[in-house]
Design a protein around this ligand. Structure first.
Ligand code: UD1
Ligand code: CA
Length: 474
């Protein structure tokens, strides 16, 4: 069966009170419209047309998908008008048109497939996917006759007291035969809102004696439309819960499912453990048997197997290989790579730093624009001076190097294989392999100095005391 999909996304989304178009607001890290497009793709039908309006440039830029066609609705004159605007894009289309709302990101392709089957089996001209809402206030009500056939869809604003009590509502998903699209021309403007309502296609079909049904399938948490920030939050919570349950099913332990946030693009391997208050964002991939302790945020990073990420660590755009340990309180900035079995400890910041296997930077360091070989020891307080105020330069530390604590490595500089840097050094020149470089001033020791100093202080205080007594006597 030939299908095409139209996604309505031209509304102003006024109730969001936002500068960003509503459909670009994110649910679990993905713009709502992107989730709807993903669902449409899974239907493996033909064309996908997105109807955009005022913010069409922003939406096109955010989606950047070559397989999508766009239709422009210059003014938001309602959902029926939006679909009309897509007609030009569908001029040669024959088959079943599926209409989706761009603000319903939780919809699953399986449910639409089920709905489509019912539509085709019943040979309907128009079908509506409905669900039972706990609070139906924001949705169009499905009005049925005594025998259960749909008569119309009535929006909250137009509903009478009896209709307001109906819990069965319109999901905004429709299946329409291509030759019934002309029904759109019969839809009259809604006087209450001054818009052309797509919901009125049901009544229009019945007037023309065309077969129409509403199918009440699926659960509310799949269909919810997002119109307000509160609904955005609820949709996010629904999606988040589903994601976490999915990964728990696949063998991940969550110590507190409620406090973990994860984006839809994140994957986690078997037997990994996630502590409370962890944020896993973007395209993050976590391997098997890895432990992530509390208050960690990981974005767009690849974490290997049996890695330990200790408390309060931030990792962005980086790779961490098997059995490495990072944190607590580490900051791994984009472009870093931490080798297998390496250890990055507390208060260490990395930026575009490649750390070799089994190398260690255990305390208080800044390592930026750095390539560090295997088995290197970076002492506490080591800093790469990578920026001269104008440009950034590289520090290369070859395998087996020992950097003494509190050293500064002024880039560009290379420390050769197996070399030692004495603690407290400022290194400005390359150090050859297996050399020792020390740049600190030689230590001076003055015996008995402290006692002499105390003696001077004592006489000074005595003299001052005498002066004061003198003035009192006057
Ligand atoms: C709509 C339905 C309602 C249904 C609900 C499901 C109508 C009149 N009402 O209500 O029956 O229960 O969805 O969530 O259709 N849009 C345009 N152009 C416009 C207006 C809207 O493209 O001129 C798009 C919006 O961007 C949005 C979708 O259509 O993605 C739905 O519009 P919205 O204003 O959110 O409709 P609801 O009031 O939620
Ligand atoms: Ca809506």
């Amino acid at each position: 069966m030939n299908t095409a999909c139209v996604i309505l996304a031209a509304g102003l989304g006024k109730r969001m009170n936002s500068n960003l178009p509503k459909v670009l607001h994110k649910v679990c890290g993905i713009p709502m419209i992107q989730s709807v497009i993903e669902t449409a793709r899974q239907l493996k039908g033909g064309k996908i047309v997105v109807v955009t309006g005022k913010h069409d440039d922003l939406i096109k830029k955010a989606l950047a998908s070559p397989d999508i066609s766009y239709a422009l609705q210059k003014e938001p004159k309602g959902t029926a008008h939006a679909l009309m605007c897509a007609r030009q894009e569908l001029r040669n289309f024959q088959g079943t048109l599926i209409v989706l709302n761009g603000d319903a990101p939780l919809l699953r392709a399986e449910t639409i497939k089920k709905f489509l089957k019912m539509h085709l089996k019943n040979k309907n001209a128009v079908s509506v996917l409905s669900f039972n809402a706990e609070n139906p206030d924001d949705y169009g009500r499905i009005v049925r006759d005594a025998s259960g056939h749909i008569l119309s869809i009535v929006e909250q604003k137009d509903a009478d007291a009896m209709q307001k009590k109906i819990n069965e509502v319109n999901s905004g998903v429709y299946a329409i035969n291509h030759n019934s699209l002309s029904l759109l021309d019969k839809i009259k403007i809604n006087k209450n809102k001054g818009e052309y309502y797509l919901t009125d296609i049901v009544a229009a079909a019945l007037e023309n004696e065309l077969k129409t049904s509403a199918y009440c399938i699926g659960a509310e948490d799949e269909f919810m439309g997002v119109n307000t920030r509160e609904e955005l939050y609820r949709a996010s919570m629904f999606m988040k819960k589903k994601l976490i349950e999915k990964w728990a099913d696949k063998g991940v332990t969550f110590l507190d499912m409620d406090s973990v946030f994860m984006h839809a693009g994140v994957t986690i391997g078997k037997d990994s453990t996630v502590y409370p208050n962890v944020y896993l964002e973007g395209r993050t991939k976590i391997g098997r048997g890895t432990t992530i302790y509390p208050n960690v945020r990981i974005q767009d990073s690849e974490i290997g197997n049996n890695v330990v990420i200790k408390d309060s660590t931030v990792i962005e755009g980086s790779t961490i290989k098997n059995r490495a340990t990072v944190g607590p309180f580490a900051r791994i900035r984009p472009g870093s790579e931490i080798g297998a079995e390496a250890r990055i400890g507390n208060f260490v910041e990395l930026k575009k730093a490649v750390i070799g296997n089994a190398s260690k930077a255990s305390h208080l360091s800044y390592l930026g624009d750095t390539r560090i070989g295997q088995g290197v020891n970076i002492g506490a307080g080591t800093i790469t001076c990578n920026y001269d105020g104008k440009k950034k330069s590289m520090t290369v530390i070859e395998e087996g190097v020992f950097i003494g604590s509190d050293s500064q490595l002024v880039a560009p500089v290379t420390i050769g294989r197996g070399a030692f840097i004495g603690a407290g050094s400022t290194i400005t020149k390359n150090v050859p392999p297996f050399a020792l470089a020390v740049s600190r001033v030689e230590q001076k020791t003055i015996k008995g100095w402290a006692k002499k100093r105390q003696a001077i202080i004592n006489t000074e205080t005595k003299d001052k005391g005498k002066g004061k007594k003198g003035s009192h006597a006057k």
